[in-house]
Design a protein around this ligand. Structure first.
Ligand code: ARG
Length: 457
């Protein structure tokens, strides 16, 4: 059934029909669409726009449609134009005349704006739950690895020693910010557009605040033109998801490196790895690679929706129908990546000995050797130069700073004493970095307690 056949004299072209229809993808909205209609009809009856009998008939019809779709006895008609037309037609087929009053004081423009908001609100909660699980998994790794040493890198060159807890703490902070971005978006988008009509409200005495409260919105939107034209929250969500994916992708890149034969810092569980069809020895980090790969797809959505919106005059235009497949794909992709990445992390094994050995070579304690001199009164810039000479001499001999004899140390600077070895040991290098935010196990232990509290909500 067409909702708008009246002013037309012939059927539309079959291709136009197909091009215009959104039922293949907006049928996802059937729950939200029915929920919105139930609230709308409840409000119409409260305002005396529908009789109580009409309300009862419509509500029973809508609830029946919902139940039948859920239990599989009613299939969404693929030849309907969209989910809104489908539900209305199904209602009229079931209850007759009263069903024709469902659309009083409403347009598909405010209806689709509502459906999308209800849908996205639930998806924000789902994303939030997945990020929380990821954060819990990271926190568990932090608590278990406060003293698991590893090299910290800059320019992918060994820089200074850190711990696995500290490195993972960095990702905890990133995903925590992602989580707070989601809650910001939810706060801003939680206003109800229903009752905005096509664009200019309606002449019926609607109680829009009542409808908003029935649907758990904070309030009704304030401008009917904005209500049907606003897709900002989708753009905000895409931007937040793009950022999450960027974090996941960076993390994936590290896991891929750490899992390589060259690093061997970690081993992925068999359940989260895949093999090669030709090379029997292979165990590949495909999950991490796919997460890294899918990041581009989510970025694409952000740019697509921004571009779709940029030239649209007020108020509703059909261009906006394009938002659906894009946002659905981005949300599904991000949720899938979060879930799989969490599973992969939860089962990862750290090769503690290899990480420790790696943290000990590559002169990661050179800064500490310079700090030793500073603590003995040498200005930092001079200390930097002295240790630079030491490193050069070590490189020539193919040894590390720990392996250099005290005589050699003293030949470059007489300030060095026997306690230099203790001062540049891996343990000292990490344990002494107790400043707020540093890797020392004592400092990280306190931070982990804060993390625990932050996850109580
Ligand atoms: N399928 C449409 C969309 O997704 C629903 C709104 C249709 N409104 C209209 N005036 N044709 O945007």
């Amino acid at each position: 059934m067409k909702l708008w056949g009246g002013r037309f004299t012939k059927e539309e072209n079959a291709l136009v029909n197909q091009f215009n229809a959104s039922i293949s993808f907006d049928q996802r909205f059937y729950r939200q669409d029915i929920r919105g209609s139930i609230a709308h009809v409840t409000m119409l009856a409260k305002q005396g726009i529908l009789t109580d009998t009409e309300k009862q008939q419509i509500l029973a019809g809508l609830e029946g449609i919902l139940a039948d779709i859920e239990n599989g006895t009613l299939d969404v008609d693929p030849s309907a134009e969209d989910i809104h037309s489908f539900v209305e037609a199904a209602l009229i087929a079931r209850i007759g005349e009263a069903g024709k009053k469902l659309h009083t004081g409403r347009s598909r423009n405010d209806q689709v704006a509502l459906d999308m908001k209800l849908y996205i609100r639930d998806e924000i909660m789902a994303l939030d739950a997945l990020i929380k699980e990821l954060l819990q998994t990271i926190l568990h790794i932090i608590e278990e690895n406060l003293e698991t040493f590893m090299p910290g890198f800059t320019h992918l060159q060994k820089a200074q020693p850190v711990t696995v807890a500290h490195h993972f703490g960095a990702y905890f902070e990133m995903f925590l910010r992602d989580r707070s971005r989601l809650s910001d978006i939810r706060k801003r988008m939680n206003t109800c557009p229903l009752g905005a009509g096509a664009l200019a409200g309606t002449t019926y005495p609607l109680d829009r605040e009542y409808t908003a409260s029935l649907l758990d919105f904070d309030c009704a939107t304030r401008n009917s033109m904005d209500s049907v034209s606003d897709r900002d929250y989708l753009i905000e969500l895409c931007s937040a998801m793009a950022t999450m994916m960027m974090h996941l992708s960076r993390f994936s890149e590290e896991i891929i490196l750490w899992n390589s034969n060259e690093y061997q810092f970690v081993e992925l569980d068999d359940a989260y790895s895949t093999g090669s069809s030709i090379m029997p020895q292979k165990k590949n980090p495909d999950i991490a690679e796919l997460v890294r790969g899918k990041t581009g797809r989510v970025y694409g959505t952000l740019v697509s929706i921004l571009t779709t919106m940029k030239g649209i005059p007020l108020a509703y235009n059909k261009d906006m129908q394009e938002d659906k497949e894009l946002i659905f794909d981005a949300v599904d992709t991000t949720k899938g990546c979060l879930a799989l990445f969490t599973g992969m992390l939860a089962t990862i094994k750290f090769n503690q000995q290899i990480m420790k050995k790696s943290a000990m070579n590559g002169f990661t304690n050179a800064t500490d050797a310079a700090d030793y001199l500073v603590n003995h009164g040498v200005p930092f810039r001079d200390a930097h130069g002295i240790v630079g000479q030491l490193v050069l001499s070590c490189l020539e001999k193919g040894i590390s700073l720990d392996e250099m004899s005290l005589e050699e140390y003293r030949s470059i600077s007489p300030v060095f004493e026997e306690d230099i070895y203790e001062a540049i040991s891996l343990e000292t290098c990490v344990e002494k970095r107790t400043t707020l935010g540093g890797p020392a196990p004592s400092a990280m232990r306190e931070i982990a307690k804060e993390y625990q509290k932050l996850l109580e909500v």
